[in-house]
Every structure is written in structure tokens, then in C-alpha cells.
Design a protein around this ligand. Structure first.
Ligand code: NCD
Length: 302
């Protein structure tokens, strides 16, 4: 992985993915190490973020590195009309590694072509979110003891949700069964379903999930991605379509864990938070260790 970018989760092999997951566990045991001494890492967030940016910042700080960048593109020269190409060319002369979030699909791949240093994609539009996937895999492995043969339910905005796109591709290494639950308007795009077919992975599509929830090992809830809708009225129609309530978890498996990349809006009722099957806040903590593992691997420090 040394000196390689992480733009799509498919940039890393199954073995490399497993190495990161194992390394995340080691960082969780021992999170304060000076591995990034004398390293400067740029975090360029052209789109809002709380967890992703702060967990990258925490990971870099705990490893003794230094950070440059911005959390709001309006404070950068983008507002003066600077192109992404020029910004990346320049920042890649300042930093050893660039972490970037951008609203356009494909922007991270483009940045990678222009950059002299590796790029970590922290989300490019509705396309990919590979670092979220690595922390999701770490969370799944920790809670299930394995990544193999799991029944994964993905619920909500499967069209615009980049987290589910990356996660389904990574999980496909581990013989899962997928259940996709969404309104018709927000179904998993065909390109991902064709991709699953080509790998021989079984998936089912539904518009409801209450009756089948007893089969799930992982219930991955997602937010309807309001910012990606061209028509606000279309968003209004689907915004509260699924709301998970504690009462719905009665007949579920003991090992079931509820994941959500966060932020949640209304899709998980707060009465679920105290249920031991709710794992989304621990999942967000795991993001620090997974991102330490990603950075250290790409900079060749482990
Ligand atoms: C997700 C994202 O940005 O794609 N959030 C995150 O990174 N934890 C999910 C979302 O915004 O709904």
C-alpha cells in the first residue's frame, strides 16, 4: 500500500483490506505513537463533515503528525475561481499526503492524477467513501468475530449513499447475502447490482424490512442524502420513509448490530440508542483507529 492512493475501495485487495482491519485493532490497543513525526498531512474538505474530518484530525494528532487544510471551501481560493487541478498541484507540494472530500463524483480520481503525493478519498459525491468502509469492516469484524457469510441489510438511500456503495464492494470479498431496503426512487443503482451479479453474490431488494429483520446480522441504516436531490419536492416525499424503533428489534438475532455512518436525521429513533445492539457511536470511534491504520500503511510507516 506504500505510496498508493485510496480513491475507491477496489484499489485495495482483500488481503490489503484485512491488513488494515488488523492494524486498526493494534492502534486501538496503543493509539498514541509518534509515527507521523515530521509529516504534514493536508485535509481538504470541500463538503461538510464532522466525524470524517475530526477522526482524521484525531488520528493524525495521536500519531504526532501536523495538519494543514480547510474544513470549508468558502475559506479557500475555490471561491476566487481556482480549479481543483491547481489547488491539488499546489497542496501536493506542501504535504506528504492529501485527504480530500468533494461533492463531485470522480473528483478524487482526478485529484490523484494531478497530485505528487497519495490521495485519500474522504467521499466524492454519491460515488465512494472507502475510509468509512474500512472502519465499517473493522466494526463488523469486532462485533461479529468474522467478516465471512454475513447477512447484511442496507436501508435507506441506496442511490446517493456513497457509504453503501463502497461497503457492498468490500463485503463482496467475504461471501455475504445482501438485503437492500429502499423506496423505489432510491434503489441501489444498476451498476452495483451488475457488479454483484458478476461476482455471484446474492442480493434481494425490498421496500419494507420489519418482517424480515430477524435474519439480519448487520443492519446498516443510512440518511436520505438531501444535498444530492435535484428536486426538493422529491426529497420531501422520501425523507422519513424508514424510522427504526426499539420495538422493531424484539425478534432479532443476539449478534445483530445496528450501524449507521452518521449523521442520523430521523432514521433511528433515539429509543434505540440504549439497546446493546446499537453500535453507531462505537463505530464512529473505530474511525480513528481505522484511519490511523490507513495513513500509516500509505506512508509506509508500519
Ligand atoms: C457519510 C457521508 O458523508 O457520506 N457520513 C460520514 O462520512 N460519516 C454519510 C452521510 O452523510 O449520510
Amino acid at each position: 500500500m506504500k505510496n498508493r492512493s485510496l480513491v475507491s475501495i477496489n484499489d485495495f485487495s482483500k488481503e490489503e483490506i484485512l491488513q488494515i482491519v488488523d492494524l486498526a485493532a493494534k492502534f486501538e490497543e496503543n493509539p498514541n505513537q509518534e509515527l507521523l513525526k515530521n509529516k504534514v498531512i493536508a485535509t481538504l474538505f470541500f463538503e461538510p463533515s464532522t466525524r470524517t474530518r475530526l477522526s482524521f484530525d484525531t488520528a493524525i494528532n495521536r500519531l504526532g503528525g501536523r495538519i494543514i487544510g480547510f474544513s470549508d471551501a468558502s475559506s479557500s481560493s475555490t471561491t476566487k475561481g481556482e480549479t481543483l487541478k491547481d489547488t491539488i498541484r499546489m497542496v501536493s507540494n506542501y504535504a506528504d499526503l492529501i485527504v480530500m472530500r468533494h461533492p463531485l463524483e470522480g473528483s478524487a480520481r482526478y485529484a490523484d492524477e494531478e497530485s505528487r503525493v497519495p490521495i485519500i478519498n474522504a467521499g466524492d459525491g454519491a460515488n465512494q467513501h472507502p475510509t468509512q468502509t474500512l472502519l465499517d469492516l473493522y466494526s463488523i469484524k469486532k462485533t461479529q468475530g468474522t467478516l465471512e457469510n454475513l447477512n447484511i441489510f442496507m436501508v435507506g438511500d441506496l442511490k446517493y449513499g456513497r457509504t453503501v456503495h463502497s461497503l457492498l464492494q468490500a463485503m463482496s470479498h467475504f461471501n455475504p447475502v445482501f438485503n437492500f431496503i429502499s423506496p423505489d426512487e432510491l434503489r441501489m443503482p444498476d451498476e452495483y447490482k451488475f457488479w454483484l451479479d458478476s461476482k455471484g453474490i446474492t442480493f434481494y431488494e425490498h421496500t419494507e424490512f420489519t418482517d424480515i429483520l430477524s435474519r439480519a446480522d448487520i443492519l446498516y441504516m443510512t440518511r436520505v442524502q438531501q444535498e444530492r436531490f435535484a428536486d426538493p419536492l422529491e426529497y420531501e416525499k422520501v425523507k422519513n420513509i424508514y424510522i427504526l424503533k426499539n420495538s422493531m428489534l424484539k425478534n432479532t438475532k443476539d449478534n445483530l448490530r445496528i450501524l449507521h455512518p452518521l449523521p442520523r436525521v430521523n432514521e433511528i429513533n433515539t429509543d434505540v440508542d440504549a439497546n446493546p445492539k446499537a453500535y453507531y457511536f462505537q463505530q464512529a470511534e473505530n474511525g480513528v483507529y481505522a484511519r490511523m491504520a490507513i495513513i500509516a500503511s500509505i506512508l509506509g510507516l508500519v
